[in-house]
Write a protein that binds this ligand. Structure first.
Ligand code: ADP
Length: 238
């Protein structure tokens, strides 16, 4: 059984329909990447999966439960966490305060264990625990956004462009961390412009175009198929 299953989602903003019946299955334990041109509806789809947008039609199941109309905060308690592309940390707060905000629903004993777990997982954040986040680099902030999402100990992590605006070296470091988090037993769904990097880390790839499913298959197939690469990655094989 898939951990997450979206069936024919139709959603958008006001009267503007952006998703025209998008479906996906995410298998437990895997990393799945959604790619596609700008404006294809990838972020909109993640928002619908997280409950920030209510679809006008279609269904979302998580771990066998129909969560289509479940509010976002209750999806968090079911085990889903979301890292948006922007505004994913509080710049005026310290690293430690950000982590505590990520676990504000936890009781204090669990909260301090989870903060400690993140510091072990992200040693650079431990070194900067009292630093204000606005003084930190883009890569450090992205690591903090991941750590903050992990405070609720999610089974499924939804990541919207985790390497946006990062240098290739830092983007690779972020992906190493994402893979490490995955091997620790978490299922991950990523929307990524950096398709090559993300597909290399993934089992399955999904292509969205114009608010519709355009292709779905093993990430290796997308990476090795010249036609798919030309159509959706905009690059010939390197
Ligand atoms: P992608 O992530 O694939 O680049 P998006 O889901 O961000 O695509 O955007 C899909 C379409 O939805 C775009 O035409 C965009 O302008 C529109 N859109 C995105 N967010 C909003 C919003 N908050 N209100 C209205 N339209 C939006």
């Amino acid at each position: 059984m898939s951990l997450l299953h979206a069936e024919s989602l139709i959603a958008g903003y006001g009267d503007t329909e952006i998703l025209h019946g998008v479906s996906l299955r995410v298998q437990e334990g895997e990393i799945t990447t959604i790619i596609g041109p700008n404006g294809a509806g990838k972020s909109t789809f993640l928002k619908a999966l997280m409950g920030y947008l209510v679809p006008s039609s279609g269904r979302v199941h998580f771990d066998g439960e129909d969560i289509t109309r479940l509010p976002a905060h209750l999806r968090v308690t079911r085990g889903i966490a979301f890292v948006p592309q922007l505004d994913n940390v509080f710049p005026s707060l310290s690293v430690e305060e950000n982590l505590k905000m990520g676990g504000y629903t936890l009781d204090s004993a669990v909260l301090s264990v989870r903060v400690q777990t993140q510091f072990e997982r992200f040693p650079r954040l431990a070194e900067r625990r009292r630093q204000r986040v606005h003084t930190m680099s883009g890569g450090e902030r992205q690591m903090l956004a991941l750590a903050r999402a992990l405070m609720t100990d999610p089974r499924l992590l939804l990541l919207d462009e985790p390497t946006a605006a990062l240098s290739p070296r830092i983007a690779a470091e972020v992906f190493e961390k994402i893979q490490e988090i995955n091997t620790q037993g978490r299922t991950i769904l990523i929307v990524e412009q950096n398709a090559e990097l993300s597909l290399r880390a993934s089992t399955t790839g999904i292509v969205l175009a114009d608010g519709k499913n355009a292709f779905e298959g093993p990430a290796d197939t997308i990476l090795s198929d010249e036609k798919i690469r030309e159509a959706y990655l905009g690059t010939a094989k390197s």
